[in-house]
Every structure is written in C-alpha cells, then in structure tokens.
Design a protein around this ligand. Structure first.
Ligand code: AMP
Ligand code: MG
Length: 406
C-alpha cells in the first residue's frame, strides 16, 4: 500500500465532518464557541448619559472664569434615579462614577479640581461641554452587530452580551467527543502490573486534548482486543457523543480489530499516511458520526489527534480556521533524519527567537513510545523528507503552546 500525503488524508477526513446543528447555549457555557448567526444590540449601552468620574455635575457655561462658587443642590450615586434632580444656573450636583447625569448639567468636573464646604463647591477648572460624560449608546446602539456569525467567543464577547441582557447565545455546540482505549495489555489505575501489562495513558492524554481544544470529553473506558467488545463500546459511545476517538488496533498486527469494527458498523477508510510518527489512521463514519481510529503508540495517538481529529472536530464546532497556523522557526541545532518518503513531525522546544521567529531544538527521545520526552516539547517541527535541517536553517513548526514571538 502506498503512503498517502498528509494533506490528502486531512482533506478526506474534513469532507466527512460537517458543522453540528447550531443552538442557543448559556452564555457561561459559550466561551470559545463559534456564533452561528450575527447577534444585534436591542438596547443602548450605556443606557443613559452618566459620569465617568467622581465629582460635580455642572453647566459648563458656569465655569468659564474659574474659580467659581456653585450651590450644591443634590447628590447622585450610581444607581440613583435622577428624575427629580436638576442643575440650574449657579448650581452643581455631587455625583459618583456611573451615576446618571442630572438634567441641566452638561459636564462633570472631577473632585480633585474642586473644594467643597457645606452646600458650596468651588470649581477651579473651566469645564468643556461633555467633559467626563459617557453618552448613552456610546458603546452600542440598537441594531449594532455585537458579534458577527463565525466569531469565536472571548470573555469580552461574553461580557458584551451580558451588558445587553442576553442569557443565551446562538452557537455551534461544542462537540461531545468519546475517547476509548483498546488493547488487551492495558490496565486502568494504579494496581500492580502483571507480566505483559502496561497502564493506559492514551485515554487520559486524549481526553485532555479534547478538553484543551474546547470540546467536551467523554470517557468511554477501555475495551479489550475483541471485536464484539469494541463494537459495543463504539455503538453505545455514539448514542451520547458527536464523534469518537479510539486508540490502538489500527496497524497491521494480528489483533488490530478497530478497523474491522469500523468496517462492519459503518463506512471505514484506512490509510498509511506519509508521516512519522502516526502512520496508520482508520477513519469511519458510523450512524453519520465520525470515528477516528488513532494508532496506539502514545506519541502517535497525540500527533494523530493534532493532525486529523482536532481540525475535523473544529470544523464540526463551526470554526472557519480549522488548521493551526504554520509558523517559521530557525533550528538552533541540527535536526537530522534519514530519507524515507515521509514528513517527520519532530517534537521540539520552541522559544521566542529574534525578529519574530521561533528558535527550535529537538527533544531527546523521538520514539513514538517516549511520551515523557514528548511532554517536554511544545511544538512539532515539520521536517520534510530528506536529510533534515542544519543549525541556522529555517523549518516550519506547529506551535502547540507558548507565547508567540512576533
Ligand atoms: P497498537 O496500535 O494497538 O498496535 O499499539 C501500538 C503500541 O501502543 C503498543 O505498544 C501498545 O501497547 C501501545 N498502546 C496502545 N494503546 C495504548 C494506551 N491506551 N496507552 C498506552 N499505550 C498504548
Ligand atoms: Mg493493540
């Protein structure tokens, strides 16, 4: 079987993963979700003219020749109703930040530029009309588009929607992603290992990747290398999930049953991708829902999630940009490899370098079983087929975490 180019497999997977049906979700659950339609303001923010400062609301014309003495006729705190308060000629109102402007006043003089004694305030500053007044609708007016369709909601968006009184927002829901480990050798938890057993690490890592990507993780546990057990786990998982991620059982070994199960339950495609690590990928749709059969080696399963599952799940979540941006880096040391017809995804430490470039250094231990070594990396260098890169040469990277140098 010939090796399939990475982009070809990514495109084939994306074709099967369509956005979930939009619905209104609670504002507090919407952070990071993508809006499915524009949201408009239906009221003004702020709703009324108010003061940006603690001080005195005045008529600007009264302060032309400071210092001037004005009579303090009332006090307005934030939340006060200003209906019965009026500032006439020669008058002022003591006012606190956020309080509504009283009728008659057209400016605020900050308290630091005044001296008050009893009912009299001395204004030491010539105020201009509008000074320190936040006008009604300064931030939003009815009909303004608050967030456009396709916006990834940030904490500020959540706040803006709250400022308009919205409790829910129309978004593409977060995909619920079931994670299943397969393998007779796997053990859950801390009990002593019998000969031949290892602990299941993929499920924990993949559940964490699902969460980190903004999706909802669902733990589907462990299945042995048994067709019926895997089929049952996949089918029941799909009852409650929008997509599944399994690990193990997709290579060419004697007990690799995930492929067989996906083939029976739905339509399955199986690739040998021209990449290292994470060469095998089984991908199927069962009951119209995508199932990603990722390879079992711990580093491979995580790289495979990053390259195939994350973009596809982002597409389901309504994201318009599904792939991570490829950044340019300079190799701080040589990254050697041998020609083998594959793109190598080398685990590297990326740190901000000069002129907006990353500097990268490969971590020691590039085996696809060496998860501890990979855990020290924060980026994948895309090293094309050939002999690798020399020190000082540029290389493309996918930065998984860390501050952007540019
Ligand atoms: P497989 O893809 O099932 O042939 O597994 C490839 C390698 O990954 C084997 O060494 C497995 O023991 C290991 N492996 C499979 N699943 C897991 C898992 N959930 N956690 C840790 N290692 C695993
Ligand atoms: Mg296995």
């Amino acid at each position: 079987m010939s090796l399939a180019p990475l982009e070809e497999v990514q495109a084939a997977v994306l074709r099967e993963c369509i956005p979930l049906t939009p619905r209104a979700v609670d504002l507090q659950d919407a952070l990071g979700c993508v809006t499915s339609m524009p949201v408009e303001a239906e009221e003004r923010v702020p709703p009324f003219d108010n003061t940006a400062m603690d001080g005195f609301a005045v008529r600007a014309a009264d302060t032309v020749d400071p210092p001037v003495e004005l009579t303090v006729v009332a006090t307005l705190a934030a939340g006060a109703d200003p209906s019965n308060v009026h500032v006439g000629t020669g008058e002022a109102v003591r006012i606190m930040t956020g309080a509504p402007m009283p009728s008659g006043a057209d400016a605020v003089v900050m308290v630091e530029r005044t001296h008050a004694a009893g009912d009299v305030v001395v204004i030491e500053h010539h105020a201009a009309v509008g000074d320190h007044v936040r006008g009604a609708g300064d931030d939003l007016k009815p009909g303004d588009v608050v967030v456009d369709a396709g916006t990834v909601l940030t904490p500020a968006h959540v706040g803006v929607l709250a400022s308009l009184g919205y409790r829910r927002v129309p978004v593409f829901p977060r995909p619920r992603v079931g994670v299943l480990s397969t393998g007779d050798e796997l053990v859950d938890g801390p009990q002593p290992l019998r000969p031949g057993q290892i602990r299941d690490s993929n499920r924990a890592a993949l559940l964490a990747l699902v969460r980190q990507s903004g999706f909802t993780p669902v733990d589907l546990g462990l299945a042995p290398d048994d067709e019926t057990a895997i089929a049952n786990a996949v089918e029941s998982g799909l009852d409650t999930c929008d997509a599944l991620v399994t690990s193990g059982g997709v290579s060419v070994g004697d007990f690799d049953y995930v492929k067989a199960v996906l083939d029976k339950l739905g339509s399955m495609r199986w690739w040998q991708v021209a990449i290292k690590p994470a060469k095998p990928l089984a991908f199927g749709t069962v009951k119209g829902k995508p199932v990603f059969g990722l390879p079992g080696n711990p580093v491979s399963s995580m790289v495979s999630f990053e390259l195939f599952a994350r973009p596809a799940l982002r597409q389901m979540a309504g994201h318009r940009r599904v792939f991570r941006r490829v950044a340019r880096a300079i190799a701080a040391e040589p990254i050697r490899r041998l020609p083998d017809g594959k793109l190598h995804l080398v685990r590297v430490v990326a740190s901000p370098g000069e002129e907006g470039h990353w500097r990268v250094r490969a971590v020691e231990g590039q085996g696809s079983h060496q998860l501890a070594a990979a855990a020290g990396a924060n980026a994948l260098a895309l090293v094309p087929d050939g002999e690798g890169v020399v020190a000082g040469e540029s290389v493309d990277v996918l930065v998984l975490s860390g501050d952007d140098p540019s």
